[in-house]
Design a protein around this ligand. Structure first.
Ligand code: 4AD
Ligand code: MG
Length: 449
């Protein structure tokens, strides 16, 4: 077989993640050299193929002289096709090693221009500037596998419960979450904006299909430089007709529990590579504590008198990051805070009939100080009140004509929430910053690569 044909061969293919199925057999791995060490007549190259890492053993007397020399001088991240026999080894990190018979170098990284990411410490700016290469390193690759698992678990969750996925537009004529964080786009002769949330549109698809969800990129032009904010992030949003706030909280609680369980079941090894404290995730089971905004405020004020919080929180304000961090660190699992003052929330939320100054809404705060991962609410069902709110929020009423139609033609109570995938990944992986949760993060000062 020509080298070309071998490179592109699709079957049979062993991947490192599933190499255990081939114990005792000779397999071919197509990947890259991660790194290597040497001990006399033995070379120990570590190969990666995107699914994991495996150590090879190259014995001088077991391979052709050219192969031994090629591996001995091989540069990190050179691409290789490796043939060898799989041997179970309890001391090996993945449980297996490869007794190498042959190594074909597909492309050799030049000695005078080596792979920039080395095993020494690099600064964050350097890593971000080399994000396209940084993501090859084991911890970063593990995070991206966990992200993919979270997305799969989320699709399965909704699919199993009869939700229909509907995709809202990204180019929109108006704000959903408030005008201060819109990215403007020239749209021929009109002004358009990148969407902040698919919500308003999936309220329409929910009236057509009952239970729907969307998953797509959303944009916020926030000038905030925090470890929780991206300017472009992926939001998953369910929206359900005939659902109230209590049902919504139940849905959120089941949703998060399902995702965490899926990651624990299928991505445990990756969590270990990342260094996640797995016991903390195992505690994430329903029921989640539910507290009102009023109770949360009390908690913050107590925190202030204990000296844990600098400023005294006053009723009526929105929680900042330190407040959320403090509240969430009081619990070992996500906490649901409901019924915030309507004045700090979006225009579309249904008021609490018992106390109309409150909105029937809920934020889910992740434990270990991660703060808000979900925001959701029951939606306003009255046409007249919605018109009033749109006016109060200084939003252009013409752009919302279609949205108001939903309250004219068979309006029903309905609810939904949005979860930013990156915040969920950061929490589940135990990361300090959301910049590592997405292949190419977009932030206030980061548009490259
Ligand atoms: O709380 P938010 O703004 O709610 C909405 O957009 C609703 N329309 C969603 C709905 O009810 N369908 O955003 C929802 C979630 C947050 O809880 C957070 O996880 C994430 O989106 N999020 C961000 N993630 C990263 N960077 C940002 N700048 C984010 N802003 C919000
Ligand atoms: Mg929110």
């Amino acid at each position: 077989m020509s080298t070309e044909a071998k490179i592109l061969e699709t079957y049979p293919v062993a991947t490192i993640a599933t190499i255990g199925r081939h114990a005792g057999e000779t397999v071919t791995i197509r990947g890259w050299l991660y790194n290597k060490r040497e001990s006399g007549k033995l070379l120990f190259p570590i190969f990666r193929d995107g699914s994991g890492l495996i150590q090879g053993v190259v014995a001088k007397n077991a391979v052709a002289a050219e192969v031994f020399d090629a591996v001995k001088t091989l540069t990190d991240e050179s691409s290789v096709i490796v043939t060898g026999k799989v041997r179970a080894d309890q001391r090996a990190p993945g449980g297996y090693e490869l007794d190498v018979q042959n190594v074909e170098v597909v492309q050799r990284v030049a000695e005078d221009d080596p792979f920039p990411i080395t095993r020494k410490e690099h600064g964050v700016d350097f890593l971000m500037e080399h994000r396209h290469l940084w993501m090859r390193t084991p911890r970063q690759a593990a995070i991206l596998r966990v992200r993919s698992e979270i997305e799969k678990a989320m699709h399965d969750f909704f699919d199993d419960r009869g939700f229909i996925r509907t995709d809202p537009p990204i180019l929109t004529p108006a704000a959903c979450e408030g005008t201060s964080t819109l990215f403007p786009v020239d749209y021929f002769d009109e002004q358009a904006f990148l969407t902040q949330s698919g919500q308003l549109y999936i309220e329409a698809t929910a009236m057509a299909l009952g239970k729907v969800y969307s998953f797509g990129p959303t944009f916020r032009a926030e000038k905030s430089k925090t470890r929780r904010h991206l300017t472009e992030f992926w939001m998953v949003e369910p929206e359900v007709a005939y659902l109230g706030l209590d049902g919504l909280m139940e849905l959120a609680e089941q949703f998060i529990s399902h995702i965490v369980a899926g990651v624990l079941e299928r991505r445990r090894a990756d969590l270990q590579v990342i260094g996640r404290d797995i016991a903390k995730l195992e505690a994430v089971k329903p029921p989640f504590p539910r507290i009102t905004y009023d109770e949360a405020v009390k908690m913050l004020q107590e925190g202030h008198s204990k000296g844990a919080l600098e400023t005294k929180f006053e009723w009526g304000g929105d929680f900042g990051s330190p407040d959320e961090t403090y509240i969430s660190s009081q619990f070992d699992r996500p906490v649901m805070v409901h019924r915030y003052p309507a004045q700090v929330k979006a225009f579309y939320m249904e008021p609490d009939p018992k106390r109309p100054e409150l909105a029937l809404c809920c934020d889910v705060l992740a434990p270990e100080g991660y703060g808000e991962i979900i925001g959701g609410s029951q939606r306003m069902s009255s046409y007249d009140l919605l018109v009033q709110r749109i006016r109060e929020h200084d939003l252009p009423i013409e752009a919302f004509k279609w949205y108001l139609d939903l309250r004219k033609y068979g309006s029903v109570p309905h609810s939904g929430f949005g979860m930013g995938i990156e915040r969920a990944v950061a929490w589940i992986c135990g990361l300090e910053h959301v910049r590592e949760t997405i292949p190419f993060p977009r932030m206030l000062y980061r548009l490259y690569p």
